[in-house]
Design a protein around this ligand. Structure first.
Ligand SMILES: Nc1ncnc2c1ncn2[C@@H]1O[C@H](COP(=O)(O)OP(=O)(O)OP(=O)(O)O)[C@@H](O)[C@H]1O
Length: 267
């Protein structure tokens, strides 16, 4: 990938916690194009959330760094919106107000009050939650809360959407439904996405590339799989698609057999 194609540049990121100083992540190098959908997969505890937190600016790398659209990441910012597994909506605000708060915090200089109202409604519509705009988080399902969380993140017009196992706590049907919505939003808006998942099917269905981390400590990128499936993707058609099955098998094989063999890849 040439220099001017790189939108998100994760460069030689090493993270060590505490006294032992044994790095959790060691020398993570990843170059992401604008609009690319990246999944990060690896065994529990290998450092996926740690990597996402470094990109989010919630955690400082021990060495190495992250550059987004030419600017060094040095703390959290609205250009990197995060959606966590456990929806973090404010329970005393309605769905509309949860999104509106984010809009007011990030876009009040660019948009008038009326425009911010319209933009909030547009983002509710984007995740098909207009009907629940006046409900509070306690009155809606887990899947609906995640949809509001995604709408809130997108409403900030982030350069990168960071998803930390966003569908992990949902039942299979709700999960499938939300994956389809995220695929549609990615197609419509061209958002650059970095998503952590444990789910191989999800990784293959949604991503352009799957970054597979070796086990920690000292986790590295073991392999990067290019998912060469045409978009739009249809989950039913893909279930019997030989390339989908082969990509899934490749991730499975890595997670079962090759996760301890740190082969360095250049990206
Ligand atoms: N703030 C912290 N202080 C000390 N150790 C930490 C801290 N955050 C994470 N770790 C350790 O770093 C390692 C990687 O954690 P991380 O949450 O990034 O893994 P993960 O791959 O996201 O795991 P999972 O898939 O289970 O969510 C773990 O051993 C964890 O205990």
């Amino acid at each position: 990938m040439s220099g001017n194609q790189i939108f998100l540049d994760i460069s030689d990121v090493t993270v060590a916690f505490g006294r032992s100083r044994v790095p959790v992540l060691n020398g993570i190098d990843l170059k992401v194009r604008r609009g690319e959908y990246i999944a990060v997969i690896g065994h529990s505890g290998c450092g996926k959330s740690t990597l996402l937190n470094v990109v989010a600016g919630l955690l400082e790398a021990t060495s190495g760094g992250v550059v987004l659209d030419g600017r060094e990441v040095s703390g959290p910012g609205p250009d990197r919106a995060v959606v966590f597994q456990n929806h973090s909506l404010l329970p005393w605000l309605t769905c509309y107000e949860n999104i509106r708060l984010a809009v007011d915090q990030t876009l009040s200089k660019q948009m008038s009050r009326a425009e911010r109202h319209e933009w909030t409604l547009q983002n509710l519509a984007l995740v098909r939650m207009t009907h629940a705009k006046d409900k509070r988080p306690g009155e809606i399902s887990g899947g609906m809360k995640q949809r509001i969380g995604i709408a809130r993140a997108l409403s900030m017009k982030p350069k990168v959407l960071l998803l930390d196992e966003p569908f992990g706590a949902l039942d299979a049907l709700t999960r499938a439904h939300l994956q389809d919505q995220v695929m549609q939003i990615h197609a419509d808006l061209g958002t650059t996405v970095m998503m952590i998942t444990h789910d191989m099917d999800e990784a293959v269905l949604l991503s352009d590339r799957i970054v597979m981390l070796t086990n920690g400590p000292n986790a590295r990128i073991g392999e990067i799989l290019e998912v060469e499936l045409k978009r739009p993707r249809n989950r039913l058609a893909l279930a019997t698609d030989a390339r989908f099955i082969a990509a899934r098998a490749s991730v499975l094989e890595f997670l079962h057999h090759r996760h301890t063999a740190p082969g360095l890849v250049s990206v």
